[in-house]
Design a protein around this ligand. Structure first.
Ligand code: SF4
Ligand code: SF4
Ligand code: FES
Length: 216
């Protein structure tokens, strides 16, 4: 295996497929940390491989590369992400605004509390690293998981969205935010420095408040 400065784990996988085993299946698209498709388990830890340098990830000069945990394996290093994204839909992870094309643009001031809450969690690239790192997902495959709940939290804080009561109902059940045991692996591992644990705690508070108001 040729070694060079700034070599990434994805470079290694690509070399193996091109030079050693053309049947090896793996997934990537952008190679610059944007698309979220290259995540794998590297020496036991879920990582985005296009931004993970071999020098940082190798243990005793060796790499053990496996597919992400908590997802069905299609082949080799490729996992089936459909259940992961189905959970985003179950958590009502899509924006539903109330404005029409005739309305003026919504104005949410960059320095406002509302905007800060959204900005803190909006940069998720859907890589599945948090989901693969969450033991609660392993124990309870129905658990919506940190990425879907982080997305729900982003929308709960979006003042333009009109469906928050339905969204809170969707994430309030046994497989929703209350299943999180605050193990924080998701927050420790997220390559975009998002803190799903904090968002899930926010959802728990929002659900409690809505229940007290009799909305759920
Ligand atoms: S904080 Fe919650 S969602 Fe994140 S890894 Fe732990 S149990 Fe999973
Ligand atoms: S929250 Fe972070 S780790 Fe989880 S899917 Fe989004 S970017 Fe990946
Ligand atoms: S290949 Fe797109 S994030 Fe790694």
């Amino acid at each position: 295996m040729p070694r060079y400065a700034s070599q990434t784990v994805l470079d290694v996988v690509t070399h193996i497929q091109r030079a050693l085993d053309p049947t090896l299946a793996y997934r990537y698209a952008c190679r610059v940390g944007m698309c979220g498709s290259c995540a794998m388990t590297v020496n036991g830890v879920a990582r985005w491989t296009c931004r993970t340098h071999v020098d940082r990830a190798a243990k005793d000069d060796a790499l053990e590369i496996e597919p992400l945990r908590n997802l069905p394996v299609i082949r080799d290093l490729v996992t089936d992400m459909s259940g992961f994204f189905d959970k985003w839909a179950k958590a009502r992870g899509r924006f539903e605004g109330g404005a029409s094309r005739n309305d003026d643009f919504a104005k949410v001031v960059p320095q406002s509390r509302e905007r800060e809450q959204v900005d803190a969690a909006i940069e998720c690239i859907g890589c599945g690293v948090c989901y693969a790192s969450c033991d609660v997902v392993t124990w309870n495959p129905d658990y919506l998981g940190p990425a879907a709940l982080n997305r729900a939290w982003t929308l709960v804080n979006d003042v333009r969205d009109t469906t928050n009561t339905e969204r809170l109902r969707a994430i309030a059940g046994d497989a929703g935010c209350h299943a999180c045991h605050t193990h924080v692996s998701c927050t420790e591992r997220c390559p975009k420095q998002i803190a799903p644990t904090a968002g899930i705690a926010g959802l728990k508070r929002a659900v409690a408040k809505a229940a007290l108001r009799g909305e759920l």
